[in-house]
Design a protein around this ligand. Structure first.
Ligand SMILES: Cc1ncc(COP(=O)(O)O)c(C=O)c1O
Length: 384
């Protein structure tokens, strides 16, 4: 129907380009006529559609299906992790493996949505700053659509991401700094060349793609939600997207008012959201000198910090840090016990789970979904 500001609730047309709210600077959310959506799509209809994130078309932002730019994203496996359960004395643990997405990470979902909507709105030159995986996804989805991709990445981003951007003929700039520096340069380039900036949560539709993880988790569990979801948090788009998905599903009568505890995991070397959560703050101060090998969560400041903190608090969730050693041990544990070779960011969720169990914050019987957000194949220089 329209875009709505998450701060001041001003609404804007969904048929024009928007970034953040011009009135208060906060993130805009896409809003749907959910009564209309539920008339075309119910849980049975969804189950019969082709397994892709686009099976939730009525709650995605593209109006005309001809504009969908897809490489087959979504509908990723969510397997019960029996061997991890045994090893960790857990009763119900699931692993959602986003590493099998096109381009090897869950960034495919967000960029499929954003590139599709940009195409619908007549934009064909896009730019973003990225820790790595979003850049690879933008390059690939733009290639698929015959559009131009400009990406700005810290120079120490994973090699695979640089190579996939170059292979897809994206304009790649390596930045001597952090993702926040890459963001500033992307913004400048956007102004200079008239590019459309699809920085996450500045652009309203990447979150729409990522929210489909929330729809899938519910569908995978036969329209029940788990008691907790552990998410490796950088910009937090996935966590706020899933939170939004639950609200939409409840409004359509697909689920009840129950919600999982939304749990943030960050690295000890870059934990702005964990610090803000512990301090009881509504916003997170930028983290100085962020360091972690898990590039996707090396994000010193998140524009949607207040939305992440809201989801964590409203859900009775929590926020926890893990060390680099714990992350690398968890990579091996996930690969050894479940056959899933995770990105370090994804492995951080397992490390976080173990920590929360040890502190008594999670009980053995709590049903938990660990989000493996990417494939270990994109980090060979780290994991070899
Ligand atoms: C593999 C991986 N996991 C997690 C994240 C963090 O995602 P979000 O920005 O949704 O917090 C990223 C972001 O680059 C990533 O590439």
């Amino acid at each position: 129907m329209h875009l709505e500001c998450t701060g001041c609730h001003t609404t804007y047309s969904a048929d024009q380009l928007h970034t953040t709210c011009p009135v208060c600077g906060k993130v805009l959310y896409a809003r749907y006529d959910l009564n209309e959506a539920r008339r075309h799509m119910d849980r049975n209809v969804i189950a019969k559609r082709k397994p892709s994130m686009w099976r939730y078309f009525e709650v995605l932002p593209v109006r005309d299906e001809a504009h969908v730019v897809s490489l087959g994203e979504g509908a990723t496996p969510m397997a019960r992790a029996h061997r991890l359960e045994q090893a960790l004395d857990a009763r119900e643990l699931y692993l959602k493996d986003e590493g099998v997405n096109p381009t090897g990470s869950f960034k495919a979902r967000g960029l499929s949505a954003a590139v599709s909507k940009a195409k619908e709105l007549g934009q064909n030159r896009l730019v973003l700053p990225s820790a790595g995986n979003a850049a690879g996804a933008l390059a690939s989805y733009c290639a698929r659509a015959g559009m131009e991709a400009h990406v700005f990445m810290p120079k120490d981003a994973p090699e695979a991401n640089k190579i996939e951007c170059q292979a897809a003929a994206a304009y790649l700039t390596l930045v001597d700094g952090f993702i926040s520096d890459a963001g500033a340069m992307a913004k400048e380039r956007a102004k200079e060349l008239g590019l459309f900036d699809v920085s996450t949560l500045r652009e309203p539709y990447r979150a729409e793609g990522k929210k489909t993880m929330g729809y899938e988790i519910a569908q995978d569990l036969d329209w029940k939600l788990p008691e907790a979801i552990i998410y490796p948090t950088g910009g937090g788009t996935g966590i706020v997207g899933m939170w939004k998905a639950f609200e939409e599903m409840e409004a359509m009568g697909w689920i009840g008012s129950e919600r999982p505890r939304m749990i943030v995991v960050q690295a000890e070397g870059c934990a702005p959201i964990v610090r803000a959560y512990e301090q009881g703050a509504d916003h997170a101060e930028p983290w100085e000198n962020p360091t972690t090998a898990a590039a996707g969560i090396r994000v010193p400041a998140a524009i949607g910090d207040y939305l992440i903190l809201q989801a964590v608090r409203e859900s009775g969730g929590t926020a926890v840090t893990v060390s680099e050693d714990e992350i690398f041990q968890a990579v091996r544990q996930m690969a050894t016990l479940e056959g899933v070779f995770p990105a370090p960011e994804g492995a951080a969720t397992l490390a976080g789970y173990a920590k929360l169990r040890a502190s008594g914050n999670l009980a053995p019987e709590t049903s938990v979904v660990l989000m493996n957000t990417g494939s270990g194949f994109k980090y060979l220089e780290l994991l070899g």
